[in-house]
Structures are given as structure tokens and as C-alpha cells.
Write a protein that binds this ligand. Structure first.
Ligand code: GCO
Ligand code: MG
Length: 414
């Protein structure tokens, strides 16, 4: 028996906030798990410290499935992003430990390599076509072979997914620095939005991108849950001539039935799920083949154990994976994705936004990015080590995701 001796939550903010769980066994093996829930980080840290860590001591670290079920069914209150991120962190740390005990990189325990590397996509954006083209070229120079395209909308200053200045660090728009209110309070940035203007503008941008960069380059686009089914169908149809790899999150995530109308009216491939936290959130979507890609993140979907079940369920219906990999998924979470990406037969694509230098000093990862493909590396376990001293240098910094409003002030989906 490999007994769990202790577990600890580490909160660090090397440019953005990360919550990490470290589990240590009696024989001194350590495992890491990512528990970062962007904008609500401390809720998971407290859930882990007060309600999960006290249950872990003395358990057999090898019995991962049993621990997963114990934390999921035992709590009675199932699912939800906070609970599932906490379970995910335990699960990842236990897989890390198991692979270290076996002295293998984790993907070997998940079935071994199904491919030489995982096709990655990066985020290009621009307030206008010139900035967007520069950003696409920069990403191609960085080695990306697939690119997500987000664009400013004429008349709107702040649009989700569009870097506020050219040549930014790439994290800016996923982690808008919290606006300081009076008394130093952190408040979300507010954006404004008009769906009709967006629906008119986006197809013109894709037309320009295709004529500049040609037919081959795989292009993706994120709708960030802002459209009704009819609007999403209109966008999907108007983008058909530009042959997208996928249209992501076109309608609000909680309404699975909404995708039926979209599916019936467009052949543009559909991806959804970054805000989902359970395989049950996909039941209709997968069994009715309403989507082409599942977008869950290992960190928000109960860890490797649950994400593997989701991927296997999806595979039966011909649905592929496209795991969520923005910079708010830590290098630990991203490593877990890469081990799965390498092993799963129904891998589709992996989102890959590169972490900042400061983040990579805290989390040292064996990840490789070569010729557009990602590989988790050959280190045993997940392949990530946490520099505790470096982590301590970056204190938690309250920050929120933006809030989105229609031009008349109504709060809208974002
Ligand atoms: C994506 C996402 C992110 C999220 C962010 C929320 O497709 O990468 O939409 O940009 O908004 O990760 O925390
Ligand atoms: Mg998204």
C-alpha cells in the first residue's frame, strides 16, 4: 500500500492566479494536481483544505477510481465547478504519483502513444484586419499549424478574445487585470456587445483571412456562448465557405437542446464544453451527435479519470476531443491534457496558449512544442515540478473575468 501522508494547497500568482494541490505519500513520492478556477480560485482552495485534505490522509494513493468515487458520491452534492476542480486536483496528483511509482511517463499508463504529438492551436486576434494578419503571422512563426481567429468589431472598444494591444503577451484578454474600484477593490472589466454587428462583421474577416493565408490553414473561432440558436445557425452558415475547423461555444453551455437547431441548419463543425464539469453535461450532445468536439478541461471536469471516461463515451459516437488549454489551466493541468492527447484514439486538437516566463519558473514542465505538435515529454509522472520558493514570491492577486453588457446595459452571456 502506498499510503497518503499529507496534502497541501499552494496558491501562487506569477502573473495570474493558480491553485495547486500537492499530495505526498509515506515513502516520499509527491504528486501535483491543478485546481485553478479562474476568478473564483479561493473557493476551490478552501474546499480542498477544509473538506478534502482531511479525508485523504491514510488512504491508498494507488486506488484512484475508489478515491474519485469516494469524493464524488460521498459528498452527496455532486458536480459543479468548485467540487469538480477539487476532485480533479486530487485525481491528477494521484495519477502523477502512480506513474512515478511505475517509473513511467503518465501516457504509458493510459495506453501508450497513439500519435507522435498533439496538433495544437494558438490564439490570433486583432482589432482590425492588419493587426489580425500580423498576429496570424506571428503565430505561424511560433510554429502553430492551426489558429483561432478572433476579431474586433467596428464601433466596439473591448471585445472578448481580442488582445488590447498588438504584440501583447497573449494572456491579456483571458485575464483582464481587475479594474480597481474605490478603496482598492478589485472589480471585473466590463465589455459591450451587439450580436447583429458581430454576425455581419465576422464572415468578412474570415473571407479576408482565407484570401490572405489560403485554403489549407485550419482556422477556429470562439463564439463564447453569446448567440441564440438561430443566430448561431446564421453564423455557422455564413462561415461555411471558409471551411472552419470548428465554431466553439456558439450558444449558452447549459442548454444542450439548443444545439439541435444549430446542427440542423449548418455543416460548420461544432465544439462546446469548456464550462461543463461532468460527462452528464454532454449526454444529449454526444448521443444525438450534435457536436464534433468536446472542449472540457481536465481541471474543471474531475481530472484524468473523468475526462478519460468522457473521451471514451464520445469516441463511440465519432466525437473527438479538443481540450481547453488557455493560460488559466496551469502547466500541471496542461500536462495532464497532453498525456491524454497522446494516448486517446479520438484526439482532435489541443488548445495551447503559452504560459508566461514567470509561470514557467514556478512550474517547470517537460512539455515540448515542435513543428506544430505538442508532446508531454518523457519525464516520469505528469512531468511537472513545482518550485515552492518561486511560488512563494507571487502572492494571490484578486482578479475577475470580464462582464459583458449589451449596448443598453443589459448583462449578456460572455
Ligand atoms: C478559450 C476560452 C478562454 C476562457 C477562459 C476562462 O477558448 O480558451 O474561451 O478564453 O474565456 O479560459 O477562464
Ligand atoms: Mg472558449
Amino acid at each position: 500500500m502506498t499510503t497518503i501522508k499529507s496534502a497541501e494547497v499552494i496558491v501562487t500568482s506569477p502573473g495570474r492566479n493558480f491553485v495547486t494541490l500537492q499530495i505526498t505519500t509515506e515513502d516520499g513520492t509527491t504528486g501535483l494536481g491543478d485546481a485553478t478556477l479562474n476568478g473564483r480560485e479561493l473557493a476551490v482552495a478552501v474546499y480542498l483544505a477544509d473538506h478534502v485534505i482531511p479525508l485523504l490522509k491514510g488512504r491508498d494513493a494507488m486506488n484512484i477510481e475508489d478515491t474519485w468515487q469516494y469524493l464524488y458520491r460521498g459528498a452527496y452534492w455532486r458536480r459543479g465547478p468548485v467540487t469538480m476542480a477539487a476532485i480533479a486536483a486530487v485525481d491528477m496528483a494521484l495519477w502523477d504519483i502512480k506513474a512515478k511509482v511505475a517509473e513511467l511517463p503518465l501516457y504509458q499508463l493510459l495506453g501508450g502513444q497513439s500519435r507522435t504529438g498533439a496538433l495544437a492551436y494558438g490564439h490570433a486576434s486583432g482589432r482590425d484586419t492588419e493587426e489580425l494578419f500580423d498576429s496570424i503571422r506571428e503565430h505561424q512563426e511560433m510554429g502553430y499549424k492551426a489558429i483561432r481567429v478572433q476579431t474586433g468589431i467596428p464601433g466596439f472598444d473591448n471585445v472578448y478574445g481580442v488582445a488590447a494591444s498588438a504584440g501583447g503577451d497573449g494572456e491579456r484578454y483571458d485575464h483582464e487585470p481587475a479594474r480597481r474600484g474605490s478603496g482598492g477593490r478589485a472589480l471585473p472589466v466590463e465589455e459591450s456587445w451587439d450580436t447583429r454587428a458581430y454576425l455581419r462583421h465576422v464572415p468578412t474577416v474570415f473571407e479576408a483571412v482565407r484570401s490572405e493565408f489560403g485554403a489549407e490553414l485550419p482556422l477556429l473561432h470562439d463564439g463564447h456562448h453569446r448567440m441564440t440558436p438561430r443566430e448561431a445557425a446564421q453564423l455557422g452558415r455564413s462561415l461555411e465557405p471558409y471551411d472552419l475547423f470548428w465554431l466553439e461555444d456558439c450558444t449558452p453551455g447549459e442548454d444542450q437542446a439548443a444545439l439541435r437547431y444549430v446542427r440542423d441548419h449548418t455543416t460548420t463543425p461544432l465544439a462546446i464544453g469548456e464550462v461543463f464539469n461532468s460527462v452528464h453535461d454532454y449526454q444529449t450532445l454526444i448521443t444525438e451527435r450534435l457536436i464534433d468536439y468536446v472542449r472540457s478541461a481536465v481541471t474543471h471536469t474531475g481530472g484524468i479519470t473523468h475526462l478519460k471516461k468522457l473521451a471514451d463515451f464520445a469516441s463511440i459516437y465519432g466525437v473527438k476531443t479538443g481540450f481547453h488549454g488557455p493560460t488559466d489551466v496551469s502547466p500541471v493541468g496542461q500536462a495532464a491534457h497532453l498525456h491524454l492527447d497522446l494516448a486517446l484514439h479520438n484526439f482532435g486538437i489541443q488548445e495551447y496558449m503559452q504560459h508566461s516566463e514567470a509561470t514557467l519558473q514556478v512550474f517547470q514542465t517537460s512539455l515540448r512544442f515542435e513543428d506544430g505538435l505538442l508532446h508531454p515529454g518523457e519525464r516520469i509522472g505528469l512531468g511537472v515540478t513545482l518550485d515552492r520558493d518561486a511560488a512563494r514570491e507571487h502572492a494571490y492577486d484578486p482578479a475577475y473575468l470580464p462582464v459583458n453588457r449589451l449596448t443598453d446595459g443589459t448583462v449578456h452571456d460572455w
